[in-house]
Design a protein around this ligand. Structure first.
Ligand code: SAH
Length: 416
């Protein structure tokens, strides 16, 4: 492994020996990377020049911020970061009275296919490295100058589908010598990969496990979440009981309310029946509609009603507070719209470039087109550089754009 920001202290010590340096250097490097959050070896001023040179073979992961949106209501910020391979990911900073919380992505895209989720529409591109998960938090802390005290792995991706990297991320995040965030201030959310829940329970970590339930029975859950075809609700709930038994940590059930799908009195009753014996807490989330799907969020009244019904059965319930509602798109939408714009640009081709540099009466210069219209961008761009010479850029008053669809499906474009 050459990804230095994903290395534990012990691995760094081994690396120092390999490089012919003293093991105590490992602690210094670890502190520069995970406590001082530097992004280059040049900033590690207590290391010798020769060691810094040798270390350049081990690139330091540093995400580049591409975009940030800030809520005028509560200061919530959505960040778009570019990875070294050009992929982009999204992270969110939420400012609460008790401290700053960062929601990070664990994968580029997702393959779980939940029907209401924007992050999964393009499928999975790849898993994030531990360093790429960590650096979302590091960059936000460095950019804002504000300490991050809580972390939730609830952004794009299924963290338990990136299990080994997730564990390494947790260890580095919570270890002394780095940000040293308490495990109790960490939440990992899963759609319910049962065998991995058992594995995680055996780690006996003190973090919170959030389980995306979203339905009171298998039939309804399968409609919303393909993973429910693989693991039944009974199996998922059993795994959650085991998690509690091993860790003593109460499970959070996430339940996104979709109008007319999972928000009736009967749904609340059925859900209560299944989880009332568990040490748990239910977090109700009015579904955030995405344009690709026709799901409608439950009314405020329906959400309140659902909450009361669960509470009557002795279940602990909260309604997720909406943060940054003025910048809110659903999870993964900032990334999605950025990628759509990028794609529109890369799809542009020169379909016609004729009579360049010639003296002409007829103008038929450059025509760029995108394969499909994207968002509010036009799908046809024409650059006709005028009638040449001193009038370049002017458009002749009689200039017309002619388009024909040919039988072959190709378009013929003529400007005259
Ligand atoms: N893959 C993990 C974590 C990512 S999503 C998981 O499934 O838990 C974090 C939470 O937001 C999940 O509960 C997910 O089901 C929910 N979610 C995703 N898109 C949503 C939307 N449009 N409206 C409401 N909740 C959504």
């Amino acid at each position: 492994m050459t990804d230095i920001k994903s290395m534990t202290i012990d691995e760094l010590k081994k690396l120092m020996t390999t490089l012919g340096d003293k093991p105590f250097r490992a602690k210094q490097i670890y502190s520069w990377l995970h406590e001082h959050l530097v992004t280059s070896y040049d900033e590690m001023t207590n290391l010798s020049k020769s060691l810094r040179e040798k270390l350049k073979e081990y690139p330091v992961t540093a995400l580049k911020m591409v975009d940030v949106q800030t809520s005028r209501i509560d200061g919530t910020q959505k960040y778009l970061f570019r990875l070294s391979d050009g992929n982009v990911i999204e992270s969110v900073l939420m400012r609460y009275k008790h401290g700053n919380s960062v929601c990070i992505s664990s994968q580029v895209g997702c393959r779980m296919g939940c029907r209401f989720c924007a992050s999964t529409i393009g499928g999975l591109t790849r898993c994030l490295l531990p360093s790429e998960m960590l650096d979302q938090i590091y960059r936000i802390q460095a950019l804002t100058g504000e300490r991050v005290s809580n972390v939730v792995v609830m952004g794009t991706g299924e963290p338990l589908d990136n299990y080994e990297n997730l564990l390494r991320f947790i260890h580095i995040l919570t270890e002394e010598g780095g940000l040293h965030i308490s495990q109790r201030n960490l939440t990992v959310s899963t759609c319910g990969l049962v065998p991995k829940i058992y594995d995680l329970a055996k780690e006996k970590l003190q973090m919170t496990l959030a389980l995306s339930l979203h339905a009171p029975n298998d039939v309804k859950r399968r409609e919303l979440m393909p993973i429910a075809n693989k693991y039944s609700m009974d199996e998922v709930l059993e795994a959650c009981r085991y998690y509690f038994k091993e860790t003593g940590r109460r499970i959070t059930f996430e339940y996104s309310l979709v109008a007319g799908v999972n928000d009736s009195d009967e749904d609340a009753r059925e859900l209560s029946g299944r989880i009332r014996d568990m040490n748990c807490h239910v977090n109700l989330i009015p579904v955030n509609p995405i344009k690709e799907r026709s799901f409608v969020r439950s009314t405020r009244q329906a959400v309140e009603n659902f909450k009361i019904k669960l509470e009557k059965c002795g279940i602990n319930v909260t309604i997720r507070r909406e943060m940054g509602s003025d910048i809110d798109g659903a999870c993964g939408q900032l990334r999605k719209s950025y990628m759509e714009k990028q794609k529109a640009r890369s799809d542009m081709r020169i379909y016609s470039a004729t009579d360049v540099g010639q003296k002409r009466k007829m103008n038929q210069d450059y025509v760029f087109a995108t394969a499909d219209p994207v968002g509010n961008l036009p799908n046809l761009f024409v650059v006709a550089d005028g009638m040449g010479g001193h009038n370049a850029g002017d458009m002749h008053p009689l200039m017309r754009l002619h388009l024909w669809w040919r039988k072959s499906g190709r378009m013929r474009i003529l400007i005259r």
